[in-house]
Write a protein of this length. Structure first.
Length: 291
């Protein structure tokens, strides 16, 4: 049984893909787990970081991507197996010279947004009300993605900004959701909003009544600069939401690791200065998550 970990925030540019890829490497290399990343964003950033442009383009041509998988499952339920759509041995980090960690990816696809519109049209046939069609569409995504269950130890779901049907499905499917945020004036609103969706569309007061350790999500401060202002924004979020003690500082080493380098490196070379906060985050998650 895989553990499903979604990385989500309606707000864009907060570090969802950065954190998804970092944790993929951390769990694969430091916890020796088999990790599958599912890229639910048409921008395909985490796919590009893990595969590089050339291999990602090939995966589009050969229908090895999440859009092709979801679409095929709609029309040929039995024959469509998730493992046929996955790219194996991805990433540019090696465990030791010549040995790659067990990392695979269900790549993102530029067709993913069109596919979501197409699915709504499909489920809206026979005059099905729109809301019901949306629920059916999201359920189709959830069921399809749940087949990653037997495939790896940990499935990381890198969500797109906003709340698409695919993100709604990922939030339902996940055992735990990490909500990265940047310490700024608008983050509080974004975190409040997604917390309500994650906890099942409850009113915010009802979310607040759930003890922090029973919430399905935990927040992670990213892009943190060591100043009073950032500290205050983080403290404000922590008043209403569970939050990890570890955080990711704003540092060039994090953005540099966004590049795919064809030649494999080790973790120290890839993450440089960012290795220390990544280790702290990994350690804390090991204490919070059941593996
Ligand atoms: N801690 C950090 N320090 C420096 N740069 C960072 C940090 N975290 C993220 N970035 C940079 O910020 C940009 C946005 O990050 P990322 O793409 O991970 O966000 P996202 O939430 O996935 O965005 P989107 O909503 O578009 O999917 C990237 O260029 C990334 O390299
Ligand atoms: Mg992203």
């Amino acid at each position: 049984m895989a553990y499903f970990l979604a990385i989500a925030n309606r707000k864009g540019g907060v570090g969802k893909s950065t954190v998804s890829v970092m944790l993929t490497y951390a769990f694969a290399l430091w916890s020796n787990k088999k990790v599958l990343l599912i890229d639910l964003d048409a921008q395909s950033n985490s796919s590009l970081i893990l595969m590089g442009g050339e291999r990602w383009i090939k995966a589009q041509r050969t229908s090895k991507n999440v859009a092709a998988y979801i679409e095929d499952r709609l029309y040929s339920i039995e024959q469509t197996k998730i493992y046929n759509y996955i790219e194996y041995e991805v990433g540019d980090i090696e465990v030791s010279p010549g040995k790659l960690p067990d990392i695979s990816i269900l790549p993102g696809s530029l067709n993913f947004e069109d596919l979501q519109d197409e699915l709504i049209t499909y489920y809206s046939r026979n005059q099905t009300p729109f809301r019901q069609a949306k629920t059916k569409c999201s359920e189709h995504f959830r069921a399809a993605l749940s087949f990653a269950n037997s495939f790896s130890d940990i499935v990381i779901l890198d969500c797109a900004p906003g709340i698409s049907n695919a993100t709604a499905a990922a939030l339902k499917l996940a055992n735990k959701i990490i909500v990265p945020f940047r310490p700024d004036a608008v983050s509080q609103f974004a975190v409040d909003r997604i917390s309500r969706i994650i906890e099942g569309g409850k009113k915010f007061e009802e979310v607040l009544s759930i003890p922090a350790n029973r919430r399905r999500y935990v927040c992670l401060a990213n892009y943190v600069r060591k100043n009073r202002r950032d500290g205050l924004y983080i403290d404000n979020i922590a008043v209403d939401h569970p939050i990890l003690k570890s955080f990711i500082p704003a540092m060039p080493a994090v953005s540099d690791a966004f590049d795919f380098l064809g030649e494999p490196q080790n973790m120290e070379e890839k993450y440089g200065e960012a290795l220390r906060p990544l280790r702290a985050l990994h350690q804390e998650l090991l204490a919070v998550l059941p593996f």
